[in-house]
Design a protein around this ligand. Structure first.
Ligand code: ADP
Ligand code: MG
Length: 506
């Protein structure tokens, strides 16, 4: 006897203007099963689930729920069929209560009047089922992200979901909250819910999934039982190449003209920095936490300027006492903390690219905008291969990887000679990392100098053409491409004897 899956999607295709988001994808999920959906940013995971939830209509393909063909015209119909989706973007109303949010759009009434009491009772029931102690009358804005997530799940369960989709539910949670959520998923599975679980966190996927499906560029690569796969195989399928080929090759052209030169640079954090950066180079800057590597980025960008020594760009000494002067001199800076990069999700891709300096308001005393034309902006977006149907579309609809590229486009529109990346891949999944490395390589190959400040040793060793290691505010040594992690670490620890290795072994 064959068991009919709770959810069965067949040959689903969906294009957006300019993007084939899904190409003939098959996907199913059984009652009491957790099916993990993996894929790098932009692979099509959210789109597949939005088709399930009738947020989008597929161009072709078929959907069956409990064996019955379904052709939802409206998200309401999908919900009525038992499909609940906790979308990647939390969508609660912050100034309403928990109960009001759980019941939004389906408020119970009694004699035409809102039945608040029933709403609160039912919400409390749901929250207890989820093992939570949040009160139904609490205002949502006062809740933690984890608690808001729970309210979203309660909302999803209100209608007795048979299929529950969780789109990157733990992305914003710390480990402890994520564990609580995973236990909850296990509980719902035991209750017989079919769960589609989207996550970039491999340990989570390995811990919770019964089956794993990998999507790449809108196509299904494979579906396998979890006990038949290992993390490496998933990652390989996600990026479409072997994990050992994950770092980009060395630059094509070899280093060119000196673009940036620092001579005897010092400030409170830095001492006697001598550094030369050439066109075409990615220079990795490594060091322990307080080694001065972050201070070096801030000094080059004028955030915490040098008080002694000089900075030259293309052979000309420049004054870099502020970020504004740095930008004028041709220096760009991409902080690793994406929250500070200030994408405005409800505005268009183009506007976000245009907002270059406004988006960097935190480094300026007042907002500042250099008049870029639309053509210049579009060219930068095109150069960065930002995949959107139309640059007028809201940036919030793009995948994380494409949002990241938009941020970089902002800088390209300013035509910088030198780009500083700090911790470029911190908190980013392994597949998206590869694309960022390729982007850096491409920027270097196009005649720029890239400074990559990083605490990630494999990244420093794998990506850099040259490695500068800092220790106590000084450059403790430089290494060529191909240096070992051990050699970098030795310099980071201030061990500079050439024979450290033999000595330590001896
Ligand atoms: P994932 O969730 O796997 O990161 P998505 O399903 O969000 O990927 O996106 C798949 C592709 O479709 C991406 O290239 C994305 O930019 C594009 N895309 C998604 N939603 C829209 C939309 N509303 N309009 C245009 N393109 C979109
Ligand atoms: Mg997504």
């Amino acid at each position: 006897m064959t068991v009919i899956p709770a959810l069965d999607m067949r040959a689903i295709s969906k294009s957006f203007p300019g993007v084939r988001a899904l190409d003939g994808v098959d996907f199913d999920c059984h009652a009491g099963e957790v099916h993990a959906l993996c894929g790098e940013n932009g692979a099509g995971k959210s789109t597949l689930m939005k088709i399930l939830g009738a947020v989008y209509r597929p161009d072709s393909g078929q959907l069956r729920i409990g064996g019955e063909i379904a052709d939802f015209k409206h998200p309401r119909e999908a919900r009525a069929a038992g499909i609940s989706i906790v979308h990647q973007e939390l969508s609660l109303m912050p100034f309403r209560t928990v109960a009001e949010n759980v019941f939004a759009g389906q408020e119970p009434t009694r004699h035409g009047i809102l039945d608040r009491k029933r709403m609160e009772q039912r919400t409390e029931e749901l929250l207890r089922r989820l093992g939570s102690t949040i009160s139904s009358s609490t205002q949502v804005s006062t809740l933690s992200i984890a608690e808001q997530q729970l309210v979203e799940i309660a909302k999803a369960l209100l209608l007795d979901a048979t299929v529950l989709v969780m789109d990157e539910p733990t992305a914003a949670l710390d480990d402890c909250d994520a564990r609580v959520l995973l236990r909850l998923v296990e509980k719902l599975r035991a209750e017989g819910v079919a769960i589609v679980y989207i996550s970039h966190r491999m340990p989570e996927v390995m811990a919770i999934a019964d089956r794993v499906t990998v999507l790449k560029d809108g196509r299904k690569i494979w579906t396998k039982a979890r006990r038949e796969v290992e993390v490496d195989a998933i990652v390989t399928a996600m990026v479409g190449r072997d994990i050992t080929e994950f770092f980009p090759a060395a630059g094509h052209s070899g280093p060119g003209d000196v673009l940036l030169e620092i001579l005897r640079g010092s400030n409170a954090m830095l001492r006697d920095i001598d550094l030369r950066m050439r066109a075409g180079e990615i220079v990795g800057v490594a060091g322990l936490e307080d080694s001065g590597k972050a201070a070096l980025a801030q000094a080059i960008f004028g955030d915490d300027p040098l008080t002694e020594g000089s900075i030259s760009v293309e052979g000309r000494v420049v004054s870099v006492k502020s970020p504004r002067q740095a930008i004028a001199a041709g220096i760009g800076y991409l902080p690793g903390d994406r929250k500070r990069e200030g994408l405005v999700l409800r505005q268009s891709v183009r506007d976000n690219a245009l907002l270059t300096l406004q988006g960097m308001a935190h480094v300026f005393s007042r907002p500042h905008r250099r008049g870029l034309t639309q053509a210049e902006t579009d060219l930068a977006l095109k150069t960065m291969d930002v995949r959107a149907g139309d640059y007028g579309q809201e940036i919030g609809t793009l995948s994380g990887g494409n949002q990241q590229k938009t941020i970089i486009s902002r800088w390209l529109a300013q035509a910088p000679k030198v780009l500083i990346f700090t911790e470029p891949t911190r908190g980013i999944d392994v597949a998206a990392k590869a694309s960022i490395y390729e982007t850096m390589r491409r920027l270097a190959d196009s005649g720029r100098a890239i400074v990559m400040i990083s605490s990630d040793l494999p990244e420093v060793v794998g990506v850099s053409d040259r490695i500068v290691v800092m220790h106590q505010g000084r450059i403790s040594g430089e290494l060529d491409r191909g240096a070992s992690e051990e050699a970098v670490m030795a310099l980071a620890l201030g061990i500079t004897e050439p024979n450290w290795r033999e000595e330590t072994i001896a």
